[in-house]
Design a protein. Structure first.
Length: 144
């Protein structure tokens, strides 16, 4: 199985959609705990509409997002702390259910995980792939 990841830091909705289309992604799994953005076109409802127009499905998996203290650790570059906090998040019942849903969807449809950070090594999406889809081939998408 192949799983894609992408961060929208510094890009537009158009850039995001173009990168997903170029990679052959058919489903975007939004794994933000708070699926809102100050960047135009990247809050969940308007993003989902833009994706739908481009033929890409959208699913919100908020329980797979990072809690506030994890986002703070990520901003400060405290990756070990982020990993500890996120591991606890993945143990919550809602996260366990959504992780199983993600596995099923990713097996059936080319899927990308969406979060903010451009660099996946500083983001929980890499931790999620390692924990939930350890055998998947991870492809990190970057917009030029």
């Amino acid at each position: 199985m192949k799983i894609f990841t992408i961060g929208y830091e510094g890009i537009t909705q158009r850039d995001l959609i173009a990168a997903l289309q170029e990679a052959g992604v058919r489903l975007l799994a939004d794994i933000r705990a708070v699926p809102l953005s100050r960047r135009p076109g990247l809050s969940k409802n308007i993003l989902a509409a833009g994706l739908r127009e481009a033929g890409i499905a959208y699913v919100g998996l908020k329980a797979l997002g990072t809690p506030a203290e994890g986002r703070e650790a990520a901003r400060k570059g405290h990756h070990a702390r982020l990993a500890q906090i996120y591991a606890q998040q993945l143990d919550l019942p809602e996260a366990i259910v959504q992780a199983e849903q993600l596995k099923e969807m990713a097996l059936e449809t080319p899927t990308a995980l969406l979060c903010f950070e451009r660099n996946p090594s500083g983001c929980h999406r890499s931790l999620l792939v390692d924990a939930v889809l350890p055998d998947a081939e991870r492809v990190d998408l970057f917009v030029r």
